[in-house]
Design a protein around this ligand. Structure first.
Ligand code: NAG
Ligand code: NAG
Ligand code: NAG
Length: 430
């Protein structure tokens, strides 16, 4: 179907959503989508996360306007046929759809990340860079990406291509001819695979025996998996699941993030400055010891203490340092308050964790899981209470009050009756 025909059809069937560039799709999307490239948000009007995504989605549509990627959304409560066809299980779901291909977006719901996803999915899995200038532009634009330098043949290329196919929903993969790089980089090998991140680049140590394709596939997959995060990323709900999968120790620096209005007193300012000093200090430790820690630890920081509190199952003081074993979910914390830690103390602590000498808390056994559930429920209730005591009281207090009144009256009457009977019984015996 050619573009103009499709466009006129679309305009006829779908109403263009107001001033935004997001297309409102209906069940007819199934017949009309053709082979075009679509980025679609599946939502339900009652879902809070969907409401939060809405303005971001408008920005995404704006950013992709003029490209060949169409940005739309489907109200799944009204158009159930579409929801069924794409087996939508939760809201919001973001899918890239093209012909029979469909890929779910799993990253953070920010404009840049989602636009990057759309652009990656609409291009070939491995994109070609034609010159050193191209590479330079890419380094400034995509802050983390993988690059294959060399001829597009041989076992390393085959492995790289297949891994790119699998991991392209999450990361950028590029190819460049080795002579385009030689003026500015000394390649460690030719062909070579590299990662660009943290203003540096690192090489994939190509195994001696590249004839064994299985071995090469596995080694490359492992390496890509280990290198696909920045040295010290911000941990969010979006990337936490990916960070777990590394099966390393996850070292989390927990600080208070500045939000407009939350820093009001001098004490707040002090906490805030302490937090960021601490965060930078941890970063210097990691940077100076990358070789030593890289294989065992993934570092990160969060300004959302809830996330870390839920792992530690207590309200952590800020700032804090928390190390979680991604396999067993045990966590470790330095004995001294984070404020008093020196770089040397942090290193000693990490070494102790690695040697399994540091005390471990928590874990993933049933009692701990139950306690974590209880802790999470309690803290969300507490947060609700802090945010809006009246509403919380109305939501939980009143119905509970009514319920206890009803129960009280039912139970009490039963108990009283029973007592009466017993008394009668006794009386008769006597
Ligand atoms: C390695 O990956 C290539 C590229 O997809 C694939 O064709 C090949 O079957 C894989 N080899 C093995 C032995 O797994
Ligand atoms: C290739 O590597 C795999 C994984 O290490 C190994 O099991 C297999 O025996 C090797 N095959 C050959 C032909 O060496
Ligand atoms: C986690 O704990 C287990 C069991 O104590 C241990 O074998 C493993 O090395 C630890 N570290 C990671 C990163 O899984």
């Amino acid at each position: 179907m050619d573009g103009i025909k499709l466009l006129s059809l679309l305009a006829g069937v779908l109403c263009l959503g107001g001033a935004t560039k997001v297309l409102e799709l209906s069940d007819r999307f199934l017949e009309l989508r053709g082979d075009s490239k679509w980025l679609v948000m599946f939502y339900a009007p009652w879902c809070g996360h969907c409401k939060k995504l809405e303005p971001i989605w408008n920005h995404v549509a704006h950013a992709l306007y003029g490209t060949d990627i169409r940005v739309g959304r489907v109200d799944c409560t009204r158009f159930t046929a579409v929801a069924t066809e794409f087996t939508i299980k939760g809201f919001p779901t973001i899918l890239y759809i093209q012909g029979d291909e469909r890929h779910m977006y799993r990253g953070d719901r920010t404009k840049d990340e989602i636009v990057g996803f759309g652009v990656r999915m609409s291009a070939p899995a491995v994109q070609h860079l034609d010159s050193h200038q191209d590479l330079h532009d890419t380094v400034t634009r995509d802050r983390l990406f993988f690059l294959y330098a060399g001829a597009q043949e041989g076992s390393l290329w085959e492995s790289y291509k297949s891994q790119a196919d699998e991991m392209r929903t999450l990361h950028f993969f590029y190819h460049i001819k080795s002579d385009c790089m030689e003026d500015h980089y000394t390649l460690e090998s030719n062909p070579a695979v590299m990662v660009f991140k943290d203003n540096k680049h690192y090489y994939f140590p190509t195994p001696q025996d590249t004839d064994n394709q299985t071995l090469l596939n596995n080694t490359l997959a492992d390496w890509l998996n280990h290198e696909r995060f920045f040295l010290y990323p911000k941990i969010t709900h979006g990337n936490l699941a990916q960070l777990w999968k590394l099966k390393k120790y996850l070292v989390i620096t927990v600080v208070k993030e500045s939000k407009i209005g939350t820093i009001t007193t001098d004490e707040d300012v002090e906490d805030y400055v302490d937090g960021y000093k601490f965060k930078d200090m941890v970063e210097s430790v990691i940077q100076n010891n990358r070789e030593k820690y890289h294989n065992h630890f993934q570092f990160g920081w969060t300004g959302t203490p809830d996330l870390a509190n839920s792992i530690a199952m207590e309200r952590l003081p800020l700032p804090s340092l928390l190390v979680v074993n991604a396999t067993t979910l045990h966590h470790h914390m330095p004995e001294d308050p984070a404020k008093h830690l020196t770089p040397e103390a942090i290193q000693l602590f990490l070494d102790a964790v690695l040697a399994q000498n540091a005390p471990a808390y928590g874990g993933d056994s049933w009692p701990v899981r139950a306690f974590r559930m209880y802790y999470n429920a309690r803290s969300s209730l507490e947060d609700m209470w802090l945010g809006n005591p009246v509403l919380t009281a109305v939501l939980f207090g009143l119905p509970l009050g009514f319920l206890s009144l009803i129960c009280y009256s039912i139970w009490c009457s039963d108990i009283l009756d029973a007592d009466d009977e017993e008394e009668e019984h006794h009386e008769k015996k006597e």
